[in-house]
Write a protein that binds this ligand. Structure first.
Ligand SMILES: [Zn+2]
Length: 634
């Protein structure tokens, strides 16, 4: 009864909702729910027990954020003990709330494999004209290096190592680097010039070190040495081999500039600073074969495969006709651990990145909503989903979809909470509203009920886990309170979270979840809102699409980019590429991983027909693919 009144009145009478019971079936900050949780609390350990025993929502939200952003969870990088501790905490809370298990699951944990990084095996070695450099003092292995050995190979200085035909820049013009080691500088030309063709003072895609290394490799180089930009300190990044690395196939090392300056001056007559200035002044590469310099290099690395864990539970729906359908209530619980390429403060590598706003805040809200909904379940079932490895490329949410924890077609809609801990002036960013026409209406009354002003302009906001669902044509909402200074840094602490705002957003999200779960009809997905298939990290720079869905995790038979699936009606399907293929070459450029694939596509144009060589059933097969423009939906 109350439900019907509220549903009717919801769009017009927010106040009514709050006075009665608050939003539909949800009772905020009133009192704890149900004795059941209390008994299970005993089974849970420390932090989870405390959460379950807390009397009110505000305390629970704060508890969860403080625990997840605390020292013990150590920044929750997938595959680390801190991430595992967080996963256990979430499991215990789910147990305490007596969430049901997903169909055919024996637990709340859903594992998927990830490439956590690489580690160096044996003793890496680099020598210049027979003089051995010392590892970690004179050089370090790059976090995306491959394995390889080169003996007495010539050294070529290739400036910034950039080939950008559309910008009229080619650091390798007139140079042959086949069988050579190449030394390149970090950064790009005219880096501090707002009028620079390389996107002014903002670093462009061409500054990407992985891309530079792939360019050198594609031109035949057998090893890449990277030195810091002359405007920076001549130190070695403490990066080392700890990052997500999708297999690279030649050795890449960072080297101290000073160790090569004499050779450089001997060749060009210029020091590092002078050569960088000359490149900018003459707006010309100053690349050259380094005279009388032979390099020996020996690096062996192994991939660190790890398992990420999504934590997934179910709140069964009450309406028999709808209970087989799901609303996904999701948030990612992973973060950056002690830093990494995703950190905005590389100089603070080694310090815990607590990730209080990103995304302990979203997780805390999901736990609170789940708690409220277990006491008052809606018509459809709710799939409470805490994803891992979002920061590594939406790996957890795409694994959930790929492994069909529940059939994709049974998912009615999705709501994703990512970074909701910095509400300012009651302004909440809501993405995905255009993914179904009903959504604008659905979010209106809850916003009024919780005094939130909604902003559905997503410009500048990257993707998050809702993308994995929108790619499947599932209407999805994305809640976010916007970027803040401490984003992706050790400064994102629990103390910085606006807990009153968090409660407000959580209550709003709870209402919306119930409205979606009680919505009488399926929602009509707006095809124009379907994002392009995932293409690795800076997918924003691709103008063309091949219509392949990358295969994530697990070993491939050969180095390349695994094809998990092809998009129906897309270029790849038309050309005969299949799921299970491994793309190893496009045009004449070798593809060792997803990044190489992306770099080649960044250099192609829509309508271009490119020969793509795949590895299938132990043999190579070349197919001609006509690339499509990226905004054409397949
Ligand atoms: Zn996030």
């Amino acid at each position: 009864m109350i439900k019907e009144i509220i549903k009717l009145g919801l769009l017009t009478a927010g106040i009514l909702t709050i006075m009665l019971t608050g939003p539909v079936g949800v009772c905020w900050a009133q009192h704890g729910n149900g004795a059941a949780a209390a008994t299970e609390a005993d089974a849970a350990t420390g932090p989870a027990q405390q959460w379950l025993a807390e009397a009110d929502a505000s305390s629970r939200l704060r508890d969860a954020v403080e625990f997840l952003a605390g020292e013990d969870c150590a920044g929750r990088r997938p595959g680390t003990p801190g991430a595992d501790l967080a996963a256990s905490y979430l499991e215990q809370v789910f147990t305490g709330l007596e969430l049901a298990l997903p169909p055919e699951s024996r637990g709340y944990r859903q594992g998927f494999s990830i490439t956590r990084g690489i580690h160096v095996t044996g003793q890496p070695a680099v020598s210049v004209n027979g003089t051995d450099l010392e590892a970690d003092r004179d050089f370090t292995v790059a976090g995306f290096s491959g394995s390889g050995t080169a003996r007495q190979v010539p050294l070529v200085f290739a400036g910034y190592g950039i080939v950008a035909p559309e910008l009229g820049w080619d650091s390798y013009a007139g140079l042959a680097v086949t069988g050579c080691a190449v030394v390149i500088m970090r950064g790009e030309p005219q880096q501090n010039d707002p009028d620079s063709v390389f996107s002014g003072i903002q670093l462009s895609v061409y500054a990407d070190l992985r891309r530079k290394a792939a360019t050198a490799r594609d031109l035949g180089a057998v090893a890449v040495l990277i030195v810091n930009n002359p405007v920076d300190e001549d130190d070695l990044p403490e990066l080392g081999p700890t990052y997500t690395a999708a297999g690279f196939d030649i050795p890449v090392v960072y080297v101290k500039r000073e160790l090569l300056v004499n050779a450089l001056i001997g060749t060009t007559g210029l020091s590092w600073h002078e050569i960088a200035e000359t490149i900018d002044l003459e707006n010309q590469p100053q690349s050259a074969v380094v005279q009388d310099t032979l390099i020996d290099i020996d690096v062996a690395v192994e991939k660190d495969l790890a398992t990420g864990f999504n934590i997934i539970g179910v709140i069964p729906g009450t309406e028999p006709a709808l209970a087989g359908q799901y609303v996904v209530l999701g948030a990612h619980y992973d973060h950056l651990g002690i830093g990494g390429p995703e950190s905005t403060t590389p100089e603070r590598y080694g310090e815990i990145h607590p990730g209080a706003d990103d995304n302990a805040s979203g997780v805390a809200a999901v736990l609170e909503i789940a708690r409220q909904l277990t006491a008052n379940p809606p018509a459809r079932s709710v799939l409470v989903s805490l994803f891992s490895a979002e920061e590594l490329g939406l790996l957890g949410s795409s694994a959930l979809v790929r492994n069909a924890v529940v059939p994709v077609e049974s998912i009615h809609s999705m709501i994703n909470l990512d970074m909701i801990g910095h509400l300012r002036d009651g302004r909440l960013i809501v993405g995905g509203v255009d993914s179904a026409e009903e959504l604008a209406g659905i979010i209106e009354a809850p916003a009024a009920a919780h005094s939130l002003a909604l902003d559905s302009d997503l410009s500048g906001l990257g993707g998050s886990d809702h993308m994995s669902f929108m790619r499947e044509g599932i209407p999805s909402l994305f809640l976010n309170t916007g970027a803040f200074a401490g984003y992706h840094s050790p400064a994102d602490t629990a103390a910085g979270v606006n807990y009153d705002g968090l409660l407000q957003v959580a209550a709003f999200a709870g209402d919306v979840t119930v409205s979606l779960a009680d919505w009488p009809e399926p929602l009509a997905f707006n095809e124009a809102a379907r994002p392009a298939p995932a293409q690795g990290s800076n997918r924003g720079n691709l103008r063309v699409s091949m219509g392949t869905v990358p295969h994530y995790g697990g070993e491939l038979p050969v180095a390349g980019m695994g094809v998990g699936d092809v998009v129906a009606g897309g270029p790849a399907e038309a050309a005969g590429i299949q799921g299970g293929d491994v793309i190893i070459k496009i045009l004449d450029r070798r593809i060792a991983n997803i990044y190489d694939f992306m770099y080649v596509l960044q250099d192609c144009t829509a309508g271009q027909v490119v020969p793509v060589t795949v590895w299938r059933d132990g043999a190579e097969l070349t197919l001609d693919v006509e690339l499509a423009s990226r905004n054409v939906q397949h």
